[in-house]
Design a protein around this ligand. Sequence first.
Ligand SMILES: [Zn+2]
Length: 287
Amino acid sequence: MKFWEGEGEVMTDWQVAVIDESQTGGWFVLHCRQQFFCSAHGPLWRRDGRERQLEGVLSEQGIGYWQGEPVFVLELSEALAAPLPGGYWKGLRQFLVEGDRPAFRLLGYAAQIATWARQHRFCGGCGVALQPLAGQRAMACPACHVHFYPRLSPSIIVLVTRGDHLLLARSPRFANGMYSTLAGFVEPGESIEACVHREVAEEVAVRVENLRYVTSQSWPFPHSLMLGFHADYAGGEIVPQPEEIVDARWFALDQLPLLPPPGSISRYLIDLYLAHRQGHAEPPLPP
Ligand SMILES: [Zn+2]
């Protein structure tokens, strides 16, 4: 199956599917806490029986097809130094930064499913061990019959602008000197638009108007869906939120600070705005 997206890009390598673990052959990836165990050839390992000898496997999930062959993700209880010979652990973020789009899609999905499987082994209602629901990506409680599906946490990310000036902020978690767009999780009962207004007000105390939805990005750290906006400044003085924002200010578009890496939706929102102001070609969509 092929599917189209973005700027005419064809994704043929990776297709999500629910695959029973009794199926033989194909590939597996080893995951633990946002890391994948890689050989010199990458994160995919031949499913040849070695995976059955591994210790500390919490779950195995058939997640889809890579170039037509089934792929399974094995969740390890801890990141052992060398679960298989000749490999090393590599963080999911690194795949994003390196710009390998199909690999990031596969591994981002694998990480979300493996993390969900790790955290849904027992029912939150009654404590009984959960069982996989045949043919679906879901766990079921045999006692209270509740189904648990993979979690998605919608969040907003917004570039606030005032003509040739961009409002960018620093979180205490950022690499030294890096500034980015504002972001935050949607709260229960809230619309996406209300979330944009609230997050901007909370983080930098300014008002915005003319929200324009731009694009979205699956953000598997660990299970967000980022909804990206552009918004116009409408009033107020910047007051950084204590604890959350260490600095926030207006930057002229020809004097920007260190920005998030290409591939992130935050960088895309910034690059797209610059392209429109400066009359350049639009940047490629984030993976
Ligand atoms: Zn239950």
